[in-house]
Design a protein. Structure first.
Lengths: 370, 70
């Protein structure tokens, strides 16, 4: 049976007041490719088509999705279709009134990022003063009865705060904390040497996570997104290419994951030109790596291929130079030395270099360089 | 989902069989587990549902998807 999508990530805008140096948005987010944002009606059509295809989970993300003045209308439409809606936000200037209006529109779940456990470091990582807004919004979220996920991207400069972050989420009454070790795409790949932690940092943090999981049980779910450069085998990226997931970008391109747009050897289609169903079933971007017929060795004969699906196509493209290669993170990949070298360089370096913040001028500069 | 009931939650879903769906429909935040059991026993004229109900709810509770007291 052909796979059907269950998940849709709607990236409503790439505008964002935060400037996190690990942002998963494209490096060229400020360029012409993403300029002409979908209208309210166009998004509503996307949601209808997604539901008809089988989608049940809708993530409303960005950029900063609350910058869209029509967010309540979009939530109302999605909720009316029976989609489970999650708002993925930085909570920048997010008021209780806005959250209450979103609740009334049918929003199911709120995920609010935080960049560190204290205001000084959190604001320094975000490049924007937002810590106070976040703490206030966590409380509003709980007061309004939403399930709450606290999301933190982990890297060299905040991994030592894992325990404080878990305690913060616990004190807020959150259901989940997502401790997402930086995955190196987009801005994070650009800033890799500044962000990558040492092995010792990761080992310490992992010990804390195990201890805190035992202490908290089901009171607070602790999700630990693996730092894949430090693993032996690749992650089962997106549960397999084009098997259950799709991303629609602000201007309507449809991608098999939120990083796939960087793969220059794929052709991406737009919801303005084609129905979502056609894009899912027939477009080049979705069919190229679906299933396992595309796999080279060592994946082709590997018993793990049903488990990790050959890992991540974006990583194969960005690091090894071809989206059709085995994920270079795999210890069986001939390109694994590229990963080992990046890890070794961080272990050797006395100090991490400075990062470049995600911001429109830097994006335009990088886009011009190609 | 493909004609089945599902329980949706942050970042996940559980497909339910018809019995599970029926149990969850009775979980309204007011009824106790005993009330749910009684309602089902009355509906089906059977007195052997308690174990099934608690096993089902324990499974969801282990995932943090339902909470209930004694």
């Amino acid at each position: 049976m052909d796979p059907k999508p269950l998940w849709l990530l709607a990236e409503l805008t790439y505008k964002c007041p935060l400037q996190c140096p690990y942002c998963s948005n494209p490096l060229d987010f400020a360029g012409s490719r993403f300029k002409r944002e979908l209208s309210t009606d166009e998004w509503c059509r996307v949601f209808r088509e997604a539901k008809a295809l089988g989608v049940l989970q809708l993530g409303l993300s960005g950029g900063e999705p609350t910058l869209r003045a029509d967010l309540e209308d979009l939530v109302r439409q999605a909720h009316g279709l029976g989609l489970y809606t999650s708002l993925i936000t930085s909570a920048y200037r997010l008021t209780k009134e806005r959250l209450a209006a979103l609740k009334a529109a049918g929003l199911d779940h709120v995920q609010i990022s935080i960049q560190a456990a204290d205001a000084e470091l959190s604001d320094a990582v975000a490049g924007t003063a937002t810590y106070r807004d976040k703490i206030a919004a966590y409380h509003y979220t709980r007061e309004l009865g939403f399930p709450l996920t606290v999301n933190v991207v982990l890297h060299r400069r905040n991994l030592h705060q894992v325990e404080a972050l878990i305690r913060l989420a616990e004190s807020l009454g959150a259901e989940r904390i997502e401790l997402a070790n930086t995955q190196f795409y987009g801005w994070a790949l650009h800033n890799r040497d500044a962000l990558m932690p040492t092995k010792a940092q990761l080992d310490d943090a992992w010990r804390v996570v195990q201890r805190e999981r035992a202490r908290l049980g089901t009171r607070l779910e602790i999700v630990w997104v693996l730092p894949d450069y430090h693993e032996q085998y690749p992650k089962p990226c997106m549960g397999g290419w084009a098997r259950a997931y799709m991303t629609v970008t602000p201007a309507g391109e449809v991608w098999p994951c939120h990083a796939a747009g960087r793969i220059t050897t794929l052709t991406f289609e737009n919801v303005r030109d084609h129905p979502l169903q056609w894009i899912w079933e027939h477009s080049d971007a979705f069919t190229r790596f679906r299933g396992d017929a595309w796999m080279p060795e060592p994946c082709r004969s590997c018993p793990r291929k049903a488990q990790d699906f050959g890992g991540c196509r974006c990583q194969a493209f960005l690091v090894a130079g071809d989206a059709g290669f085995t994920d270079p993170v795999c210890s069986l990949s001939p390109h694994r030395p590229l990963i080992d070298a990046a890890v070794a360089q961080v272990e050797r370096a006395a100090e991490a270099p400075e990062w470049i913040y995600r911001a429109a001028p830097a994006s335009r500069r990088l886009a011009a360089k190609g | 989902m493909r004609g089945r009931d599902v329980l949706l939650y942050p970042e996940g879903l559980v497909a339910l069989n018809p019995t599970g769906a029926e149990i969850l429909q009775l979980c309204d935040g007011v009824r106790s587990v005993a009330d749910v059991v009684a309602a089902l026993e009355q509906r089906y004229g059977s007195a052997a549902v308690e174990r099934d109900v608690t096993a089902f709810l324990d499974g969801l509770a282990a995932k943090g998807l339902v909470t209930y007291g004694s």
